[in-house]
Design a protein around this ligand. Structure first.
Ligand code: UT7
Length: 329
C-alpha cells in the first residue's frame, strides 16, 4: 500500500537584527540602487552573536509544531538541512534535539545547500513509505553570515540568516497540504562555482594558520545565475509534465529566493505570469536552504494558498543541487 505524505505544520524563525542595503553601503563599495536592481534584496536578517543554526532551527521547529498541534516528543525523525552547522560534531540536529527537550529520535544534518528544504520533503516521503507511523521534522537553517566575507561586495550583499521547518506525516486528517510529487538532481562537476572550502578535510587548517578567503563563501555569480535559471526551470517542467499539469493549474510558484531576476526568468521559461511568483527576497535576502520554507509560511499569511490549489516549489544551490516539489492545499 502506498502511503501519502502530508504537511501538517510549517513555521520559520528569523533573527531580530536587520541589515539594510543602507547599512551595507557603509561596509563595502555598493549602493542600494545596485543591490535592488540586480537582486531585488532590500534587507536581510542577521544572527545575534552566539546564535547558531541549532538555536534557529529549534525556534522554527517549535513554530511548525505549534502549527501542527503536536508536541516535540511526538517526532520520530529530524532532518536538518544546512551548510553552516554549529560544529563538525556534534551535529546541529543533535544539538537541536536537545534544545527541543527530546531524545532518542533519528536525527541528522544533511547538506543539499539551497535545495535543502525540497530535498527534505522527498526524504520525508521516503521515510513515510518505510515507516507510515513516523512523524518527520524537516528543518532548513543557515547562519551564512558566519561564512560571509564582508570585504567581498560580490557576495556579502546577498545572504541572510534564518530557519524554516515543516512537520510531515502520513495522516490526511488535520493536514494542510499533500506532497503530490518531488524531483531532485545534482551535478558535482560544477561544484567549484559556489564553495565554502576552508576548514574541511579537503582544505584543512593547521594550528596557527590564519583564516583566508577560502574560509568564506565564494561564488561565480554570473555562472551560477545561468545554471540556476536553466536547471530550476527544467526540473519544474519535468514535474509538471509528469503530473500532466499546465501552467494554468499552478496557483502559486515558490522558487528559491536568491535573486528576483532569477525567479522572474524561471517563471518566464515556465510561462507562469509573475503575479503567480511568491517573493520574500526583498525582506530576507538569500537564506539558502530555508528560503522556500519561509516563503511558504509568508504565502499562507498573505492568503495565497487556497484550498485545493496546487503550489509548485523550485530550488537550486551549491553542489550543484536542484529540485522541485508539488503541493496540493
Ligand atoms: O543561492 C545559491 C544560488 N546563488 C545564486 O543563485 C546567485 C546567482 N547570481 C546572481 O544572483 C548574480 O550573478 C549576482 C547578484 C551575484 C551578481 O549580479 P550580476 O548581474 O551577475 O553582476 P556581475 O557579477 O556580472 O557584476 C557586474 C558588475 C561588476 O562590475 P564591472 O566588472 O562590470 O565593472 C561587479 O564588480 O557589478 C559589480 N558589482 C557590484 N557593484 C556594486 C558586483 N557586486 C557589486 C555590489 N555593488 N555589491
Amino acid at each position: 500500500m502506498k502511503h501519502e505524505a502530508y504537511i501538517r505544520g510549517i513555521g520559520y524563525y528569523a533573527p531580530e537584527k536587520v541589515l539594510t542595503n543602507a547599512d551595507l553601503e557603509k561596509i563595502v563599495e555598493t549602493s542600494d540602487e545596485w543591490i535592488t536592481t540586480r537582486t531585488g534584496i532590500k534587507e536581510r536578517h542577521i544572527a545575534a552573536p552566539g546564535e547558531a543554526v541549532s538555536d534557529m532551527s529549534a525556534a522554527a521547529a517549535k513554530a511548525a509544531l505549534v502549527d501542527a498541534g503536536m508536541d516535540a516528543d511526538e517526532l520520530t525523525h529530524i532532518f536538518l538541512y544546512t551548510v553552516t552547522p554549529d560544529f563538525y560534531t556534534p551535529s546541529a540536529a543533535c544539538l537541536m534535539e536537545e534544545k527541543l527537550g527530546i531524545r532518542h529520535k533519528v536525527v541528522q544534518d544533511v547538506n543539499a545547500a539551497c535545495t535543502g528544504y525540497i530535498y527534505g520533503l522527498e526524504m520525508a516521503r521516503a521515510v513515510l513509505a518505510l515507516h507510515p507511523e513516523a512523524k518527520v521534522l524537516v528543518a532548513a537553517a543557515e547562519v551564512l553570515t558566519s561564512r560571509t566575507n564582508w570585504a567581498d561586495r560580490r557576495t556579502c550583499v546577498l545572504f541572510g540568516d534564518a530557519a524554516a521547518a515543516a512537520v510531515v506525516t502520513s495522516e490526511e486528517s488535520g493536514a494542510q497540504a499533500r506532497i503530490m510529487d518531488t524531483r531532485l538532481s545534482s551535478d558535482g562537476s560544477l561544484g567549484h562555482l559556489l564553495t565554502i572550502k576552508g576548514g574541511g578535510s579537503g582544505h584543512p587548517y593547521k594550528l596557527g594558520d590564519a583564516v583566508d578567503e577560502d574560509f568564506f563563501l565564494q561564488m561565480n555569480g554570473p555562472e551560477v545565475f545561468k545554471h540556476a535559471v536553466r536547471s530550476m526551470a527544467a526540473i519544474c517542467e519535468e514535474l509538471m509534465t509528469a503530473q500532466g499539469l499546465g501552467n494554468d493549474d499552478i496557483v502559486l510558484f515558490i522558487p528559491h529566493q536568491a535573486n528576483w531576476r532569477i525567479m522572474e526568468a524561471v517563471a518566464k521559461k515556465l510561462s507562469l505570469p509573475v503575479d503567480k511568483v511568491m517573493s520574500t527576497v526583498a525582506r530576507f535576502g538569500n537564506t539558502s536552504a530555508s528560503t522556500v520554507g519561509i516563503a511558504l509560511v509568508e504565502a499562507r499569511t498573505a492568503g495565497r494558498l487556497p484550498a485545493g490549489g496546487k503550489v509548485l516549489l523550485g530550488a537550486f544551490g551549491g553542489g550543484f543541487t536542484w529540485g522541485s516539489a508539488l503541493l496540493q492545499f
